[in-house]
Design a protein around this ligand. Structure first.
Ligand code: URA
Ligand code: SF4
Length: 223
């Protein structure tokens, strides 16, 4: 895919500028079947940016990230970790829903590396405008976007990682295609499991508590 970069307005000065341009993105083929783009949401002064995988079925219909079952679980975990909701901006590594139609059902499909790479300029532009203290990497897809294909969430979760040495492509990872390619300021990165992995776990209580433990590290790091 050609990538999102050329759909991002060079003079974007705000998240609203980005959000207004996002529906026009044709950076990969995923726009074609999805209902709408699902851009990030939250306060422009948020200290913490949480990066999920892609919108789910409900997000695709409503147009906002994390408003389905995974979002509700994430909200409970955020509360349990003592993070204030106004401190968080929520977004996804890929901004259109990838699925296959089976009869009347739409079955989620994990985005592949070309989708992740194509969509990353949006994410980097969000970082450049938000300048967060901490970026929370939720699950393997966000880890592929930000930490490279060799990163293993299960092994390295809950650790405070430096920016941007751990990134796969330091150049395109740091350089937002806005405001003359201004560099994204360093933030700490912390990876953890995706909330939908908690929903799928055999032992949901243990998985939930593990997510909360990692988010407590986020809370302490953002302070
Ligand atoms: N899962 C995600 O990764 N992001 C959403 O917005 C919803 C579910
Ligand atoms: Fe553009 Fe990302 Fe949507 Fe692909 S998934 S069309 S790169 S916004």
């Amino acid at each position: 895919p050609p990538g999102a970069e050329r759909f991002i307005p060079a003079g974007a000065h705000s998240l609203d500028d980005l959000k207004r341009a996002a529906p026009g993105c044709r950076g990969c083929e995923l726009y074609a079947d999805a209902t709408q783009v699902v851009f990030g949401r939250g306060d422009a002064n948020a200290k913490i940016v949480m990066v999920g995988e892609q919108p789910g079925d409900i997000e695709d219909q409503k147009g906002f990230p994390f408003v389905g079952p995974a979002g509700h679980l994430l909200r409970r975990a955020v509360d349990a970790a003592g993070i204030d909701v106004p401190d968080i901006y929520l977004t996804n590594a890929v901004k259109h829903f990838r699925f296959v139609q089976r009869g009347s059902r739409r079955i989620h499909q994990t985005p592949e590396q070309p989708h992740i790479t194509a969509c990353r300029p949006w994410l980097v532009s969000e970082f450049a405008l938000l300048r967060p203290r901490v970026v929370v990497v939720l699950g393997a897809t966000a880890a592929k976007a930000l930490l490279g294909p060799d990163f293993r969430v299960t092994r390295q979760r809950g650790q405070v990682l430096r920016w941007p040495d751990a990134a796969q492509h330091p150049d395109d990872f740091r350089r937002a295609p806005i405001e003359g390619g201004k560099e994204v300021p360093p933030a700490k990165l912390i990876a953890t499991i995706h909330p939908s992995a908690v929903l799928r776990a055999d032992d949901q209580d243990t998985a939930f508590n593990g997510l909360v433990d990692d988010l407590k590290v986020v809370a302490a790091t953002a302070r």
